[in-house]
Design a protein around this ligand. Structure first.
Ligand code: PGA
Length: 251
């Protein structure tokens, strides 16, 4: 069973060294409960991977090449990311799928490459608004998941994190309701079979301090992948506090 709550920021193509310093200090000053039961991570632009200085922040990248090295201008390999002391990476974010044409098979190969190099991949899945309106949510999410399940052996599958991020909720302020998110999360957990019990399932899409607690208290929501609200320290700390409240209410 997944017992921690995961609060993972995705800075996308934002942030700065100054902001990284502000977060290092701010997160460091949080109570000790944060380190113990809440996994706080920030997935940041590659140039900021070494900008953090807090043992409470796990730092992650936002993309990884499926190749080991070679003529892939602009790409970053697992070895290059490892040199930045990074062991977490987002793969298949909807912006990578939609703006950069990554297929589910590409995403699955990236997840496999990440795992083979000791990274935890946060695999993103999610339907568009049109998919949802046409009743295709489970087909779309199911085929994104199937690509991952086909590529990864059962033994490594349980080492991934999954983020369910409905595309219509990303950066739009339109959060999925806790019930909508829970419904898809429970379904994903079921599709994953035995590994499902071990895999943290994060919700992403307009998570903020005001809705985090309600989302995180759902049975199959183990935390959030947070975009816009992860760029403001107080807002992000309040999301960590919401995670803390959820943990306290469990016992
Ligand atoms: P958002 O982004 O929180 O700004 O909606 C989430 C994400 O894209 O990971």
């Amino acid at each position: 069973m997944v017992s921690s709550v995961f609060v993972i920021g995705n800075w996308k193509m934002n942030g700065s060294t100054a902001l990284a310093n502000e977060f290092s200090q701010g997160i460091d000053e949080l109570g000790s409960s944060v380190a113990a039961q809440i996994e706080v991570a920030l997935c940041v632009p590659a140039t900021l991977l070494r900008a953090f200085d807090s043992p409470k922040i796990r730092v992650g990248a936002q993309n990884i090449s499926e190749h080991d090295s070679g003529a892939y201008t602009g790409e970053l390999s697992a070895d290059l990311l490892k040199e930045q002391s990074c062991d977490l990476v987002i793969v298949g974010h909807s912006e990578r799928r939609h703006l950069f044409g990554e297929s589910s098979e590409d995403v699955a190969r990236k997840a496999a490459k990440a795992l083979a190099n000791g990274f935890t991949p946060i695999v993103c899945v999610g339907e568009t608004e049109a998919d949802r309106e046409q009743g295709k949510t489970f087909d779309v999410v199911g085929s994104q998941l199937a690509a991952i399940q086909n590529e990864l052996s059962a033994e490594v599958l349980e080492k991934i994190y999954i983020a369910y991020e409905p595309v219509w909720a990303i950066g739009t302020g339109k959060t999925a309701s806790p019930e909508q998110a829970q419904e898809v999360h429970a379904w994903i957990r079921e599709q994953l079979g035995k590994a499902g019990a071990e895999i943290p399932l994060l919700y992403g899409g307009s998570v903020k301090a005001s809705n985090a607690e309600q989302l995180f208290q759902q049975r199959d929501i183990d935390g959030g992948l947070i975009g816009g609200a992860s760029l403001e320290l107080n807002e992000f700390i309040n999301i960590c506090r919401a995670a803390e409240t959820v943990i306290q209410n469990r016992v």
